[in-house]
Design a protein. Structure first.
Length: 372
């Protein structure tokens, strides 16, 4: 299980293949000088091999096979394992001084969600986190993930933890790798957006999300749902993992269908509006106030879900009713424009045409379904 404490024995000393060679010589009563003569090598080289100072090359391994009858493959494998072990020991020695780096990340949450394994040894835990990010050392984290996305740089009231956000994004990137997508096609993606709009009316939200994922993948966009971490304060993100594959990463932070679907169309807006492919756009609470691209994506989502002309007509109808909004009015309007009634309720609440506490029963509540 992901949260099971793991222990892994890694010795801090490894014996060189020369130690095995010395054992064989002692068993056979053969001196290092005699072996050197049989191999046509110098006694100094044999002594350096025994002490681990000189490596056993492929040529030397063949000579040992001829002289001792021990296969060259044995010596090659022994040498390779020794060098790998030496590298691991040196790596651990370097990482011990960088254990504090782990404190930057929500390790407990990552373990609880099954994103990483739990280890008793802190160096092993660091190696697990390095593998999660696909980097060789903490220094590479700064190089690969230290450039903050535009939403992080420009969000004035940003209260999220940068490293938690980067962790959430990395998990989405890993999930997206498993989604096979066709090369991106803008026209096909716009058609897919129209299909997704119709899916908002389905009462089976999980089924709708799966269909959405499939149709978006056919146009070059991987849609992934990743639960938010504490201190991420994010609803969605958009980024490109290659010139022909975009990713829309969503969470269900607000747990209601109107917010979820608005987040999807907001992120889709970044793609359709051809915002910079080299940027990562993250949808925070306040991002739209400070980033032009976020405002544009908000407008795109708003107008795709509820066309401006239709919304103007709805506002007129509400005004004629002296501001009264009935369930029947919302349901009929939602049916007319082909969206879920909760989306209409959310828009009216946002525009202060409806109290935040009214008609929320028309919204669908979302829940994570954990898949084993």
């Amino acid at each position: 299980m992901a949260n099971e404490l793991r222990t892994q024995y890694r010795p801090d000393y490894v014996s060189p293949p020369g130690a095995t060679l010395l054992d064989i010589l002692e068993e056979r009563g053969m001196t290092q000088n005699e072996l050197a003569k049989r191999m046509g090598r110098t006694p100094k080289l044999i002594n350096e091999i025994v002490k681990g100072k000189a490596p056993i090359t492929e040529e030397t391994a063949l000579q040992l096979e001829h002289a001792l009858g021990v296969p060259a493959s044995f010596w090659n494998n022994r040498e390779r394992a020794y060098r790998e072990s030496l590298a691991e020991v040196r790596e651990r020695e370097k990482l011990v001084d960088q254990i504090g780096w782990l404190e930057r990340f929500p390790i407990v949450e990552m373990i609880a969600r099954g994103w990483i394994e739990k280890y008793e040894d802190q160096v092993e835990q660091m190696l697990e986190v390095l593998n999660f990010f696909g980097i060789a050392s903490p220094n590479q984290y700064e190089i690969c993930y230290g450039i903050q996305p535009v939403a992080l740089r420009q969000s004035r009231a940003f209260e999220a933890d940068e490293n938690a956000v980067m962790t959430w994004l990395r998990k989405g990137e890993l999930e997206a790798q498993d989604i096979l997508c066709q090369p991106f096609d803008k026209v096909r993606f716009q058609d897919a957006i129209g299909d997704v709009k119709g899916l908002t009316r389905s009462p089976e939200i999980n089924e709708s999300v799966q269909i959405m994922t499939d149709i978006c993948a056919s146009s070059g966009v991987a849609v992934v749902l990743v639960p938010q971490l504490d201190k991420t304060r994010v609803s969605g993100a958009t980024y490109w993992v290659s010139p022909t594959k975009a990713v829309i990463q969503l969470t269900i932070r607000y747990k209601m269908d109107d917010q979820f679907w608005f987040s999807f169309f907001h992120e889709a807006g970044h793609i359709v509006l051809e915002h910079k492919k080299k940027e990562i756009f993250i949808n925070f609470e306040d991002a739209s106030e400070n980033v032009d691209e976020e405002r544009e994506a908000d407008i795109y989502a708003r107008d795709i879900l509820i066309p401006p002309e239709a919304y103007d007509a709805l506002r007129t109808a509400i005004a004629e009713r002296r501001g009264k909004v009935s369930r029947d009015l919302v349901r009929c309007f939602a049916e007319e424009i082909g969206v879920a009634p909760g989306i209409v309720v959310g828009r009216l609440q946002h525009d202060r045409l409806l109290d935040w506490s009214y008609l929320n029963d028309l919204k669908a509540k979302l829940q994570w379904v954990e898949v084993e």
